[in-house]
Design a protein around this ligand. Structure first.
Ligand code: SF4
Length: 430
C-alpha cells in the first residue's frame, strides 16, 4: 500500500488549467440541464459539469476525437484534477460524451459562450467600439464524392472554396470579434456554400444584443461591402468599414461607368456627364437590380455618345441601395476609414489563426450542422476564457480592487465627458 499526496499537489501552481479554472463560470450547468435528465428513476448520471469540463479540455487542446480525449485524460494528472476525478476513480466512457452532446443540445454551449462574454465584459476586456466580422471555412469529415447525397453521412456539409483555392466539402463559421482584445462576440455556422455577405447583419445584431451596446463601426473585407449592408448598418447607426467594389461597365473601360453619373436620392434620378437625366425604368426579375435609362432623343444627338454607349440610349443597372454604396465609396477615401480597415486583419485573422492552429477548428470533429455549432461555440468560449484567465492571473488576488478601480475610473471619465470644465476666466490686471 502506498500513500499519495492529494492530486492537486501534482498540478503546478501556474498551470494553464488552474488559470482557466479561475476564469470559468459553470454555476449554470446543473440548472440548464435539469429537464434533460429523468429525475425519478435510472442509474446515477455522470455530473454534467464534468462533461462540460471534458468538452472544454477537448476544445482547449484541439483533440478532435472523444476516444483520444478520454485516453489523454486517463494519463494526464492535470486533466484529472480539472474534471475533479481522483487517481483511482474510473473515468466516464467516451460514449457518455457523445450521448451527452445529443442530450444537452447546443443551448447549454451557447450559455457557456455567453458566460465567457459576460466575464470578459465585466473585466474590461471588451470595448464594444469596433466590431470585426469575417468567415472561415472548416473542412467537413466527409468524402467529396458523397456531398449532398441521400446516403451521405453528413447531409449538411456543402462544397465551398477554401483558402488554398480548392473546392471541398465543408462548413463556414461566421464570426464577430471585438477590436480591443479580440474577444469573440458571436459565432454562427452555415454550410460551406452560404455567402458571408448574407450573414453580416444578423451576426452584428446578435453581437449587439449580447453586449447591449451598439458599436461605432463594423470592419469587414470586400465580400461584405455592398449597398445593402451599408444601408442596414447605417440604419442601426453603425459605420460599415469595408472596401467597396470598383464601378465597372460591361461595354469596356473607355466608356463612362456608373460613378460618372450623379445620383439624386430625393428625385431617384441620375444625371449623365452630358447633363441629361436617366429615369427609373423597371426592376430585374432575377437579381432585383433597378434599371435607369436616358431619353433616346437626348442620346442620339449627344456629342459624348461615343464615350457613353453603343446602343441607341444609355441604361444603368444599380442595386436598390445605390445611395448607400455611393456614401460607402466616398467614406472609403478618408484616412480614418483606411486606418480602421488596417486594424481588421490582425484582429479577426488572428482569431481564426489561433482557433485553427491551437484548437483544431480547421476540421469538423463531428457531423451535422448542430454538432458543428457546438464545436464552434466551444472553441469561441475557450478563446474568450483564455483571455479572461490571462487577465485574472495577472491580477490574481487583486481582482475585486481591480474591478472597483476600473468602475471608479469609468464613472469619473463619464462625469468628465458629461460636464466639460468651465473655461477659465481671464482677468486683465489694470
Ligand atoms: S449618350 Fe446619353 S446618357 Fe450618355 S452622356 Fe450623352 S445624353 Fe447622356
Amino acid at each position: 500500500m502506498m500513500l499519495l499526496p492529494p492530486l492537486e499537489s501534482f498540478v503546478p501552481k501556474d498551470h494553464y488549467l488552474r488559470r482557466l479554472d479561475k476564469a470559468l463560470d459553470l454555476s449554470f450547468v446543473h440548472e440548464a440541464v435539469r429537464d434533460r435528465y429523468c429525475q425519478a428513476n435510472g442509474r446515477p448520471s455522470i455530473d454534467p459539469e464534468v462533461i462540460i469540463r471534458l468538452f472544454l479540455i477537448q476544445a482547449l487542446e484541439g483533440i478532435s476525437r472523444v476516444r483520444e480525449l478520454m485516453r489523454q485524460v486517463q494519463v494526464n494528472l492535470a486533466y484529472r484534477w480539472f474534471i475533479g476525478y481522483e487517481l483511482d476513480e474510473p473515468l466516464p466512457d467516451h460514449s457518455t460524451l457523445s450521448r451527452a452532446l445529443s442530450r444537452f443540445g447546443d443551448e447549454v454551449f451557447d450559455e457557456l459562450f455567453c458566460r465567457s462574454i459576460t466575464g470578459c465584459q465585466a473585466s474590461g476586456l471588451i470595448e464594444g467600439k469596433v466590431f470585426h466580422v469575417d468567415a472561415t471555412t472548416i473542412r467537413a469529415d466527409l468524402n467529396a464524392n458523397r456531398v449532398n447525397r441521400v446516403d451521405s453521412p453528413d447531409g449538411d456539409a456543402r462544397f465551398g472554396r477554401f483558402p488554398d483555392g480548392k473546392i471541398k466539402p465543408g462548413y463556414k463559421q461566421h464570426t464577430v470579434a471585438d477590436g480591443k482584445q479580440r474577444v469573440v462576440l458571436d459565432v454562427s455556422v452555415t454550410a460551406g456554400n452560404v455567402s458571408e455577405h448574407d450573414e453580416a447583419v444578423r451576426l452584428v445584431d446578435s453581437a449587439v444584443a449580447r453586449l447591449d451596446k451598439i458599436p461605432e463601426a463594423v470592419c469587414a473585407d470586400r465580400a461584405y461591402a455592398s449597398g445593402l449592408n451599408a444601408f442596414e448598418m447605417a440604419k442601426r447607426g453603425i459605420r460599415l468599414v469595408a472596401p467597396p467594389p470598383q464601378a465597372k461597365t460591361f461595354t469596356g473601360e473607355q466608356y463612362f461607368n456608373v460613378e460618372s453619373f450623379a445620383y439624386d436620392e430625393s428625385t431617384d434620378r441620375f444625371t449623365c456627364p452630358g447633363g441629361k437625366q436617366l429615369r427609373y425604368l423597371s426592376t430585374e426579375k432575377k437579381r432585383h437590380r433597378r434599371i435607369y435609362a436616358a431619353c433616346r432623343t437626348d442620346c442620339r444627338v449627344c456629342p459624348l455618345k461615343s464615350q457613353c454607349t453603343i446602343s441607341d440610349r444609355r441604361t444603368l443597372k444599380v442595386t436598390a441601395h445605390h445611395a448607400s454604396l455611393i456614401r460607402l465609396r466616398a467614406d472609403s477615401k478618408t484616412e480614418d476609414f483606411k486606418k480602421l480597415y488596417r486594424s481588421r486583419a490582425p484582429v479577426i485573422e488572428g482569431v481564426f489563426a489561433e482557433a485553427k492552429q491551437w484548437h483544431s477548428l480547421q476540421r469538423a470533429w463531428r457531423r451535422g450542422l448542430s454538432k458543428m455549432k457546438v464545436q464552434c461555440l466551444l472553441v469561441a468560449a475557450v478563446l474568450n476564457f483564455k483571455r479572461l484567465a490571462t487577465l485574472l492571473w495577472r491580477y490574481l488576488g487583486y481582482r475585486a480592487p481591480w474591478n472597483s478601480l476600473c468602475a471608479a475610473l469609468t464613472a469619473m471619465w463619464r462625469r468628465l465627458k458629461a460636464s466639460p470644465p468651465e473655461p477659465a476666466v481671464l482677468r486683465s490686471h489694470t
